[in-house]
Design a protein around this ligand. Sequence first.
Ligand code: TEU
Ligand code: CA
Length: 571
Amino acid sequence: QHEQKWWKEGVVYQIYPSSFKDSNGDGIGDIPGIIAKLDYIRDLGVDIIWISPHYKSPQVDMGYDISDYEDIHEPFGTLEDCERLIQATHDRGMRIIFDLVINHTSDLHPWFLESRSSKSNPKRDWYIWRPAKYDENGNRCRPNNWRGNFSTPAWTWDECTHEYYLHLYAPEQPDLNWENEECRRAIYDTAIRFWLDKGIDGFRIDTVNRYSKYPGLPDAEVTQPEEETQIAVKYCTNGPRIHEFLTEINDILAPYDVFTVGELPCTPKQSEVMEYISARARQLNMVFNFDTVDLGTTPGDRFRLKPYGNGDFKRELVKWQSVIEDTDAWTTVFLENHDQGRSISRFASDLPEYRVQAGKMLAMILGTMTGTLFLYQGQEIGMINAPLSWPAHEYKCIRSVNHLEKLRGRTNNDPAALDEALKTLQKVARDHARVPMQWDDSPNAGFCSEKVDPWMSVIDSYKTINVADQVGRMDSVLEFWKRILCLRKEYKELFVYGKFQLIEQDNDLMLFAKYGAGMQSLTVANLSSETKKWEMPSSMAVSDMKLIIGNMTGALDRLGPYEGRVYISTQ
Ligand code: TEU
Ligand code: CA
């Protein structure tokens, strides 16, 4: 049994500041807006909030491009507002964690401005600079063939000093050189210690496995010969020094009662993940594995979709449940964040006749799984993706915009190709999570004043899917989530810390048992729109298994479309 900790049993709620709540009528969410909604969040049953980057930033990648770690993005508020937020969260008995984005900075960070100013600048080596290569015809070439995460080459030529710099994301997000010790120390002081001393309770660590690059930065294998650059995941993920760096970070955190959750993209291998999450290894308290949310996409090429089924969904979702069983590692449970389409749309059905059911069904699965549970703003009311009719210009995320631009260039603006791309974006674009939070059915969904345009369009579904409609209405997704979170706390030995066992019946049915503190539970869920027969596993006595929550009232031995139930036996 795992040792009990506040950060294991606490439910985390992620807030995307730009899109949560605008308090001053400029169409952009802000910190006072978050403060105004803290009671709403607490009433949900949330224990910890995680704020996506609120730091000073030119917002090329929505704040994941930081130009000052110790200051606040102006439209979000001031440093005092931020201190008030920390205080107000604590006053309500909740905790708060911040995003730690230290693989790269903004190209407008003073460190990079200095670094790029001359080859002899003391901060030159704080970023990754390389001279050009030349081909046989004397043409200038990039140092290697890597492609960044947003469809563009990973190197940008700098006219000032005539060298290239590396960026795994946008050109405006130059990668810091973690090999440089002075640079690391500066990161620790400003991005980490500064905020720990302001009393925050931990960090969500952005793209945590990419600080250490493969020595020599070799060319990646050519897997897409039609492309000018290649997927370089292997050479910039889980590099040789990463655990040394994380040990340094851990030494800083050790005196504080805080926790870390690291983002671990492109790392499906169990042995590799264990090096990050085993408690003995003292690296991170837990990580986000991407196995489930990356389903249907290609590693390193988000918009190359491939088909998958409910069998794959189940396999990936439960993968880390069994891994933590016999080890000293801890894990996370989540289906949404600011980089993902909405879970109802991706993994169930957002058709009007099914979406409420589906949202509750997913809540029962997630709410009874072992690990720290993370919810993303809007998930609690069952928000869904923007519709297929959404025009290209509504997509604002740099990854979507670059993808469309590249495709237009390559296909000579072929409308059929654009249609195809929009279909892909409608499933997996990050934009679906970034539209304004749907508070009520007034014209801007209660996110901002009706007199301004929100920075990103609201999606029409706000008229039927919104907080005001759901609060206090017992059949709503929101009230359902509240009940689930209560049950999760009431039976935490079972739902948070329990031993997990998957039970196979129909491919479209997800059944799992949990065991803990002498109790057992059974979660059953129909992942399809067809009615399915199921059976109580023979190891469980039907008479002992009490139904504690469900989203339909049908026949005992069959499950309607997206129906789910949770049974429990306390004997
Ligand atoms: O994302 C890191 C990252 O690599 C993801 O794009 C990941 O591959 C994907 O979500 C897998 O499903 C983080 C932030 O979450 C993202 O918003 C930033 O754009 C990125 O880092 C750069 O800071
Ligand atoms: Ca505002």
